[in-house]
Design a protein around this ligand. Structure first.
Ligand code: PLP
Length: 338
């Protein structure tokens, strides 16, 4: 997983206990856990309205023990990593690029993740494989040494879901068991456990290594952009500012929607067969949430719907209709309530 790649890169880059890394307050949480488990200390920074670091704020955070800047490419949209590499070089800092959600994205023709002293990518977020991440760095990173898992059960689950979308018999079986599974998931859900590092030496599952060469395609980012553009053409009013235009090199991970009530929104579109996600609702427990109000607001109001390369035109139309209908319903409820 990408968190394992981050942990290994920290060792290889020679980052030592108590070295400080500047990290964004808007984060997934597992990357923060990986940095902390690698022995590093962290200082959080806020992002501006376009989700970019603010240079003045970063300058104020720099102390002699700061060794690196952690830069995240959100939802497959790209930061100006060339600029931040120069900025880091001028200050003797390492640039750590998190492209976990931005595999195959480019900025001015260069892959993001390749500007920094290290860059990480999460492969299973782009392709339907059980797990798998990649890391590139200015230094050699030793291969993971633990025994790989088979990945069979995760793969079987994904295949079953794929079949359930296309075959009514499998669809009915899933429909019958879905409430039980959802109940069990909610009962056993521990958001902080989502961040756990586990074994950083675990290589990708055998199934992932076997399947990756056959699913990997350079056209993936382009298809995701086309799907994203379709949704943007119909739903741009609902999209947060940093994600409202495509420049050309993005590899969109999902389509973000800003709303007062993301949980209610998700519930409503789920009834119409669309599985969205609460986008980073829970921060890492080390974040002093109230000190970073912009990131707090984002966590409370953004959800995301799919744009992946397997979607058809009919799927996209269905997403647009479900989102517009839900939005209309929520707006009417809000008007009645006021
Ligand atoms: C920005 C970012 N970095 C790192 C990670 C960790 O990825 P993985 O789950 O592969 O460890 C995630 C996971 O969602 C993420 O969103």
């Amino acid at each position: 997983m990408a968190r394992h790649a981050i942990w290994n890169a920290c060792q290889a880059l020679g980052l030592k206990r108590n070295d400080v890394v500047l990290v964004p307050a808007y984060h997934h949480g597992s990357e923060i856990e990986a940095l902390l488990k690698a022995g590093l200390s962290i200082k959080y920074y806020e992002l501006n309205d376009m989700l970019e670091p603010d240079e003045n704020e970063l300058e104020q955070l720099i102390t002699p023990d700061v060794r690196a800047l952690y830069l995240t490419h959100y939802l497959g949209f790209t930061q100006d990593a060339a600029y931040w590499r120069k900025w880091c070089d001028q200050r003797g800092l390492l640039l750590m690029e998190d492209a976990a959600q931005a595999f195959l994205a480019t900025r001015e023709g260069q892959p993001v993740g390749s500007f920094g002293h290290m860059g990480v990518f999460c492969l299973y977020k782009t392709y339907g494989i059980p797990d798998g991440a990649a890391v590139i760095a200015d230094v050699a990173i030793p291969a993971p040494t633990s025994r790989p898992k088979s990945g069979f059960i995760r793969m079987a689950k994904r295949h079953f879901n794929w079949l359930a979308e296309r075959n009514s018999m499998f669809g009915r079986v899933r429909w019958f068991f879905a409430p039980i599974l959802t109940w069990w998931r909610l009962k056993t859900d521990r958001p902080d456990e989502d961040f756990a590092l586990d074994d950083p030496m675990l290589p990708p599952a055998n199934m992932s290594s076997r399947l990756l060469p056959s699913v990997l395609s350079e056209s993936t980012a382009e298809i995701r952009r086309a799907n994203y553009q379709y949704l943007l053409d119909h739903l741009s009013d609902l999209v947060p500012a940093p994600f409202r235009t495509l420049q050309g090199g993005e590899s969109p991970f999902a389509f973000p929607i800003e709303t007062e009530d993301p949980r209610g929104f998700l519930k409503s579109i789920r009834k119409q067969g669309i599985e969205g996600l609460l986008f980073w609702f829970f921060p890492h427990p080390s974040l002093p949430v109230e000190d970073f109000p912009k990131s707090k607001l984002r966590r409370e109001h953004i959800l995301a719907v799919p744009v992946h390369q397997e979607l058809t035109k009919a799927h996209l139309e269905h997403i647009v209709n479900a989102v517009l209908e839900t939005q209309g319903k929520l707006t009417r409820t809000a008007i009645v309530a006021s």
